[in-house]
Design a protein. Structure first.
Length: 139
């Protein structure tokens, strides 16, 4: 005879936390983005990456924060303002090669360590960031 009580696995009923939740929500996304751009401004290792961003990083900070919020599973702040991100199309005006890709990923990886993102989440995000950054290459 079938026992319906065995059909309900409590682990399946729980939603999987998003990267946004695991990171710590809105304030932590902003902290990560701010550290990322601070490092870009401060560290000579990211000079080419910094040069591609113009004189001020204010707009870039806001746009990455809005984008990452939704990309990590939180509120879709970027989409609410601008529509679909169209990442590759929006980055075509910038020459992005292996060096720029690697600097972006290294800078974000350092920012994640600096703001103490949990190791398991760092590993997960590094892989996703590398895939996305590699897709952005256009030279």
């Amino acid at each position: 005879m079938h026992d319906p009580a065995q059909d309900d696995d409590p682990a399946e009923a729980l939603p999987t936390p998003t990267a946004y939740t695991l990171l710590g929500g809105d304030a932590r996304v902003r902290e990560l983005v701010d550290r990322f751009y601070d490092l870009m401004d401060l560290e000579p290792a990211y000079a080419e990456l910094r040069a591609a961003h113009g004189t001020t990083l204010d707009d870039a900070r806001d746009k990455l924060y809005w984008f990452l919020s939704g990309w990590l599973g939180g509120p879709s702040l970027y989409i609410e303002r601008f529509g679909h991100p169209r990442l590759r199309a929006r980055h075509l005006p910038f020459a992005i090669g292996i060096k720029e890709r690697d600097q972006w990923v290294a800078c974000m990886s350092q920012a994640m360590v600096d703001v103490q993102v949990p190791d398991a989440l760092v590993q997960r995000l590094q892989q996703a960031f590398m895939q996305t950054a590699d897709w952005m290459r256009n030279k």
